[in-house]
Design a protein around this ligand. Structure first.
Ligand SMILES: N[C@@H](CCC(=O)N[C@@H](CS)C(=O)NCC(=O)O)C(=O)O
Length: 201
């Protein structure tokens, strides 16, 4: 049994989206989290070591960190077109983009958005290189891995759908955000979030 510890309008929303993409049977446990506006607070029912979301329980196994959960889930559903199983020609690029998303794109784009790169030339350079890499990739091809969407696009597409200004202006990125965010599984995930009731399959 899969249980997603989730708070609406947060980084766990993209995991709800991914679970819908995979056609998984899962339970959602709604937990409170500390919100940026000072509301909310840590929830004792949340097994995440920092009381953050997302957290996923698979039986007794706890998985945290969005990229790790993404890889875990797509490996658990190897027939899904969103993953790239071991042996697949795109397995290496898939792992690279998952790690790059969490290790570079999200922290660096967030720092830039908060104005923390402007005063530091080294950080500014890291942001510019990252943005050039992502925009360059999406200018050459429709998705991060090429012609076919992967769960790495769910991570990046959801972040950009929430905050397009994480990356500079680019028609290719605008098209990408529109395409990835038009997926029916995202609509289903939003519907589930609007009426929390526990089990979904
Ligand atoms: N690196 C983590 C970040 C998780 C994270 O920051 N989650 C936020 C929600 S968007 C949270 O739970 N914040 C509450 C807190 O930090 O106490 C991941 O991607 O899974």
């Amino acid at each position: 049994m899969l249980t997603l510890f989730h708070a609406p309008m947060s980084r766990s929303s993209r995991m709800l989206w991914l679970l819908e993409e995979l056609g998984a049977e899962y339970e959602v446990r709604y937990v409170s989290i500390r919100r940026g506006d000072g509301s909310g607070g840590p929830d004792e029912a949340n097994p995440h070591p920092h009381k953050q979301v997302p957290a996923l329980l698979h039986g007794k196994t706890l998985i945290t960190e969005s990229s790790a959960i993404t890889l875990y889930l797509t490996d658990l559903f190897p027939d899904s077109l969103l993953g790239r199983p071991i042996g697949h020609a795109e397995r290496g690029p898939y792992l690279s983009w998952l790690a790059y998303y969490s290790g570079v794109v999200e922290p660096v784009a967030t720092m830039n958005f908060m104005g923390l790169t402007a005063s530091n030339p080294q950080f500014a350079h890291v942001y510019e290189d990252m943005a050039a890499h992502v925009i360059g990739t999406l200018t050459q091809q429709p998705y991060l891995l090429g012609e076919r969407i992967s769960a790495a696009d769910i991570l990046l597409g959801s972040a950009l759908g929430w905050m397009r200004r994480l990356l500079p202006e680019s028609d290719a990125v605008d098209r990408y955000v529109a395409t990835v965010n038009a997926r029916p599984a995202l609509t289903r995930a939003r519907e589930i979030d609007s009426k929390p009731d526990g089990f979904h399959d």
